[in-house]
Design a protein around this ligand. Structure first.
Ligand SMILES: [Zn+2]
Length: 312
């Protein structure tokens, strides 16, 4: 499997848009969504400004249809880890090589051109229902781009998740975010990622909406899945788990479902786990691998989100 899913270099200057798919190997629909958008642009000869690059995240895990083999790549993007894999002659763990390759491509692509803006969309899917949202690192510079996706925006996750790809590259000057397209295997991720990618390319100026069909359809689709979901939430709490905890969520929880303080929501080897506070349940873990059992988030008014010194 090739690391590069596809690339378009426009004749005119513009932004760099890097699309990472299947950073978690069992979340593969992003690969198809990228290929679909990429081939539509080429087949319909849509005029393109700037550069678009699609990258496969965790090739080895994709081949095994697993989230990861030795460690979670989306918790591994720290300076310390990058230095470790770049200096090493031999790669001990399965993800070492993947981490080094992704880092290398993104840095190489971004230093190649004089881009008006650099964007990374990291495509994921969740194990629980109503999993369509955008996770934005703290101080995200380009909130209007995020808003164009019309999906719930989740902030302050960086307090609980160390080493995400989006946070790492945001520190290097990218507008970077995780784009969760829906629950794994439902098919909705494909539609949402496809619609979202068109919206991103339109918003940053790679394409003009006059040049591709279905613009209104994409916007409507993004809006319709987000109806009755909060617009902006911030993370309040994360329940970390280890394999030996034998953690399991009680069935039936979906993203943004209300929970009350003290509500029984999960089990582990020591017995019942109760919500430590009232709020909305977020990313409840319904797969075997993962370090985060569940999050609790709360809805915040949009005007309280301050980005780059500006209040949006
Ligand atoms: Zn993921």
């Amino acid at each position: 499997m090739e690391r590069i899913l596809g690339k378009i270099e426009g004749e005119q200057p513009g932004p760099l848009v890097v699309c990472v798919a299947a950073l978690h190997g069992n979340e593969q629909i992003g690969l198809h969504a990228f290929r679909n958008v990429h081939s539509s642009i080429i087949n319909h000869e849509i005029p393109f400004k700037g550069t678009l690059v699609g990258i496969v995240g965790n090739i080895k895990a994709v081949q095994c249809n697993q989230r990861f083999l030795d460690y979670d790549l989306n918790r591994a993007f720290t300076e310390e880890n990058i230095r470790r894999v770049n200096e090493k002659q031999t790669m001990d763990e399965a993800e070492d090589e993947e981490l080094a390759a992704i880092y290398d491509i993104i840095i190489r692509e971004s230093s190649n051109g004089n881009y008006s803006e650099k964007v990374i969309a990291d495509l994921h899917a969740t194990s629980a229902d109503k999993g369509n949202f955008v996770i934005v690192p703290e101080g995200e510079m380009n909130y209007p781009l995020i808003k164009s996706l019309h999906l719930p925006v989740v902030v302050e996750m960086d307090k609980y998740l160390r080493g995400t790809l989006a946070s790492y590259f945001q520190d290097k000057g990218f507008t970077a975010f995780a784009f969760e397209g829906g629950a794994i295997g439902t098919g909705s991720e494909y539609q949402l990622h496809t619609s979202g990618l068109w919206e991103i390319l339109d918003k940053v100026g790679c394409i003009s909406h006059h040049d591709h069909e279905n613009e209104d359809h994409y916007v409507q689709q993004l809006q319709s899945v987000s109806q009755k979901l909060p617009q902006t939430v911030k993370a309040l709490y994360c329940h970390k788990v280890k394999t030996e905890d034998q953690f399991r969520m009680l069935p039936g929880f979906h993203n943004f479902q209300k929970v009350t303080k003290g509500q029984h929501i999960a089990m582990d080897k020591d017995g019942p786990i109760h919500a430590p506070m009232a709020g909305l349940i977020f990313m409840p873990l319904y797969q075997r691998t993962g370090e985060d059992g569940f999050f609790i988030v709360e809805e915040v008014p949009e005007f309280s989100i301050i980005s780059n010194g500006r209040v949006y």
